[in-house]
Design a protein around this ligand. Sequence first.
Ligand code: FE2
Length: 197
Amino acid sequence: MNEKYPFELEKLPYGYDALEPVIDKQTMEIHHDKHHQAYVDNLNKLLADKPEMQGQTLEELMKSEVQAIKNNAGGVWNHNFYWQEMIKPDNGHITDLLLTKLEKNFESVDKFMEQFEKQALGRFGSGWAWLVEKGDGSLEIMSTANQDNPLDLGLIPLLGIDVWEHAYYLKYQNRRGEYVKAWWQVVNWDFVEKGLK
Ligand SMILES: [Fe+2]
């Protein structure tokens, strides 16, 4: 994820239909090939005449004061993360270390999921809901607008759900809640645990 200009679209780690029926093939094709590609292309265009910024990593560019650069760098990073944190339905299990952490911070997995869903549904307009790790090792749930990222606040993203309409509209239309509830089936919990410090 820390490559530099010119950026390239990362390949999906599975086929377009791998997350069916939770996320349909057409949504994946458009989401990856059109939306994610557009963030990559826009970012490269924005940097084309800024040689002084071309040596910066994606994570550095996400902190840019130029809003368009920040937005598009965030769009590239967030989608790289989103593809990786998903897996074929019902192939993920919450691992022991993560389970202990979730119970310690949220009482139970059910309560964690409830709070996460609340943030995902409460995000007005476009954005993301996140499970993050703070500097002291505690976990927190939050949401960000647009393509902002918890890294902006010094927090480590462990899990993030894209709640832009482009992530779910073809299959779920306006029913964001259904998408969010179904999405648990495709979470790659091993990936989440690997993000812990
Ligand atoms: Fe997206």
